[in-house]
Design a protein around this ligand. Structure first.
Ligand code: HEC
Ligand code: HEC
Ligand code: HEC
Ligand code: HEC
Ligand code: HEC
Ligand code: HEC
Ligand code: HEC
Ligand code: HEC
Ligand code: HEC
Ligand code: HEC
Length: 342
């Protein structure tokens, strides 16, 4: 986790940076690339300056050749990336033509004094550029789209930055400029618990590489907690398990309410990702009632009891247990399926 990156006063920068965005600093022309171009630009520049050090003359761009003169090694890796290709071969505007400085900001002062960390936007932990300033650099070209809900998202609010998941300085694997070779590894670098759950006996084929965390989550922010890609848990599941969507003639209430009433999305040591073994799963909600008790008749009626203790083996506990009779647990379309037996 990276919460050490933000120095004191970062929130002031954040507030003003957001202000600058709201004031219409548009794609391709970030505050710091238009020195003195308008009140919004000026205030954003001043804010970052005061937050980091004493006032000083604004830096100007010096072009990638100057940067490469000292950062040849970094440039060799960078050259293989999509940004390098896009900015060099096919720049859409002056900002992209700046290449290194499009992200790191104008570097004239840094080139003269490489020791003062406030003179260039750095994205690594030790460099201490306020996180909001780093993110704003990327967002000035990548706002909207999948990042529409980035402001206020769980990641943004927990000091996770673009550069925690993305490394634009080298091509690692085939994924979109991620910090690790795959999406799942990138997420697992912080979410080890969820990764471990996917190693349980029953899991969807994510460790096998057929799925990834972003099939269900949008790490850039969504309107549905926790960062879910659809309007509810169920709609996330319906995207691939459409046959569970219904509507059914006879609905089983907990299914329509929320799939995670019975399933653990990341994995489980019980069969079929179930949150509990059967029949306990059913008995969490179905207690003994008049008519047909929802539990075994006697406590010697366990699956093993029949052989070991001389009891009777109950259909309620063997194998699929309750589902030996109530087979259509997700709901039934049979006219006589009110009890989910057909
Ligand atoms: C005169 C040589 C020189 C020039 C020119 C130069 N740099 Fe640097 N740069 C350095 C040195 C030295 C460091 C400090 C490295 C360290 O302490 O790890 C540095 C650090 C950096 C860092 C911070 C690295 C980190 O740890 O996060 C960035 C980003 C950077 N330079 C980008 C640029 C860009 C962009 C340009 C062109 C506008 C540029 N540099 C021009 C020498 C130079
Ligand atoms: C698309 C934005 C972007 C562009 C363009 C870009 N950088 Fe970076 N740079 C980053 C990010 C993000 C990091 C942090 C990478 C990490 O987490 O290790 C970084 C890291 C660095 C570092 C620190 C050492 C390292 O590799 O981690 C240096 C030095 C640097 N960049 C120089 C350059 C130079 C020189 C260029 C142009 C040839 C350039 N950058 C182009 C975003 C960019
Ligand atoms: C928590 C990890 C994480 C963070 C933080 C993150 N990203 Fe991403 N980003 C991803 C993953 C994973 C993908 C690949 C998504 C896919 O293939 O559907 C991606 C894809 C992208 C893409 C290409 C596809 C698209 O969505 O347009 C862009 C551009 C992008 N991210 C920009 C950003 C910017 C800018 C930030 C910071 C505001 C950021 N990301 C923060 C994980 C992250
Ligand atoms: C000057 C504009 C600009 C800036 C600044 C910028 N990008 Fe990009 N980015 C682009 C362009 C252009 C592409 C090429 C694809 C496209 O047209 O969207 C791209 C592509 C990407 C992709 C998709 C890669 C893929 O394989 O699909 C990611 C991820 C991404 N950028 C992340 C970042 C991050 C993180 C930062 C900040 C460190 C950043 N970008 C800064 C313009 C920019
Ligand atoms: C740099 C560390 C880091 C990385 C990498 C990271 N996350 Fe997170 N994530 C966090 C933090 C911090 C939180 C908030 C605290 C928590 O819930 O643990 C969080 C929370 C979440 C949440 C819960 C959201 C909520 O509203 O409760 C989801 C879902 C999530 N991350 C998904 C992802 C996915 C998917 C990826 C990979 C694309 C990813 N994360 C990569 C740090 C990270
Ligand atoms: C099949 C869809 C799916 C996939 C794939 C998936 N998740 Fe989730 N995730 C969910 C759902 C649904 C929830 C909400 C669970 C709840 O409400 O109890 C969730 C919750 C979370 C949370 C919040 C805390 C928690 O565990 O409930 C985090 C963090 C998270 N996921 C991270 C990840 C990461 C990291 C990956 C990839 C390794 C991943 N998820 C893959 C569906 C998925
Ligand atoms: C991106 C597609 C996708 C999404 C979204 C998705 N699943 Fe799956 N699910 C799969 C695949 C693929 C399998 C494996 C099917 C197979 O092996 O035949 C699977 C299998 C399952 C299984 C059976 C596991 C077993 O051991 O046989 C359950 C239960 C399940 N998913 C529940 C859910 C739930 C609940 C959600 C919503 C939180 C969900 N799925 C969302 C793709 C998805
Ligand atoms: C009341 C508990 C319960 C709820 C709620 C529930 N399931 Fe299930 N689900 C089960 C049980 C029990 C099994 C095992 C069925 C078997 O072994 O025949 C299962 C099996 C599955 C399977 C694998 C076998 C198959 O039928 O395809 C998938 C996929 C699945 N459920 C998806 C979902 C989805 C999607 C939702 C939400 C719409 C959901 N489940 C809600 C109890 C539930
Ligand atoms: C999360 C709670 C919950 C779980 C777990 C659950 N159910 Fe249900 N079940 C309900 C509710 C609520 C109803 C609707 C009761 C009503 O309409 O009076 C219901 C209805 C039923 C009915 C139809 C009864 C009727 O009166 O219409 C059957 C049969 C049934 N469940 C069997 C099962 C079986 C078998 C399992 C285990 C695989 C199971 N249920 C798991 C909550 C649950
Ligand atoms: C041997 C077959 C069988 C097994 C095993 C079985 N049931 Fe039933 N269940 C029935 C029959 C038959 C009915 C009555 C159907 C009707 O009235 O239409 C019923 C009715 C129900 C009802 C509705 C009760 C009511 O008052 O209307 C629930 C709830 C229920 N079962 C839950 C369970 C649970 C939970 C289990 C596992 C512990 C289970 N059943 C195991 C055959 C079975």
């Amino acid at each position: 986790m990276n919460n050490k990156r933000s120095g004191p006063g970062w929130w002031r920068v954040a507030v003003q940076a957001i202000g600058a965005v709201l004031c219409g600093v548009s794609l391709g022309s970030p505050a710091w690339a238009q020195q003195g171009a308008g009140p919004a630009a000026a205030s954003a520049t001043t804010a970052s300056t005061t937050a980091m050090a004493a006032p000083r003359p604004a830096a100007t761009t010096i072009g990638e050749k100057a940067c490469i003169g000292c950062h040849g090694q970094e440039n060799r890796h960078f050259t293989e990336t999509l940004h390098a290709k896009a900015f060099r071969a096919n720049p859409r505007n002056d900002r992209e033509r700046q290449v290194c400085e499009a992200c790191h900001g104008p570097g004239s002062l840094h080139a003269k004094n490489t020791k003062d960390k406030s003179l260039i936007i750095g994205f690594t932990k030790g460099w201490n550029t306020p996180l909001e300033q780093q993110n704003e650099s990327c967002l000035s070209c990548h706002q909207g789209g999948n990042r529409l809900h980035w402001p206020g998202s769980t990641h943004a609010g927990n000091q996770v930055g673009c550069a925690d998941c993305h490394n634009p300085m080298q091509k690692v694997g085939n994924s979109p400029l991620l910090a690790r070779a795959t999406i799942n590894e990138t997420c697992a670098s912080c979410h080890q618990q969820q990764r471990a759950e996917f190693n349980k006996r029953s899991h969807m084929p994510l460790p096998e590489g057929k799925m990834s965390c972003v099939d269900c989550h949008n790490p850039h922010g969504t309107t549905t907690k926790p960062l879910l890609k659809a309007d509810s848990v169920n709609f996330v599941c319906y995207a691939c398990h459409a046959e569970k969507r219904g509507p059914m003639l006879w609905e089983h209430a907990p299914v329509r309410e929320n799939c995670v009433n019975c399933h653990s999305p990341h994995g489980s040591n019980h069969d079929k990702l179930l949150v509990a073994s059967r029949p306990q799963l059913c008995q969490q909600c179905h207690s003994p009632s008049v008519g047909h008790p929802g539990q075994f008749y006697r406590n010697d009626q366990t699956a093993a009891a029949g052989q070991l203790l001389g009891g009777t083996t109950s259909q309620r506990v063997v194998g699929r247990s309750c589902q030996n009779c109530h087979t259509q647990i997700h709901g039934s379309n049979h006219p006589a399926g009110a009890r989910f037996q057909r």
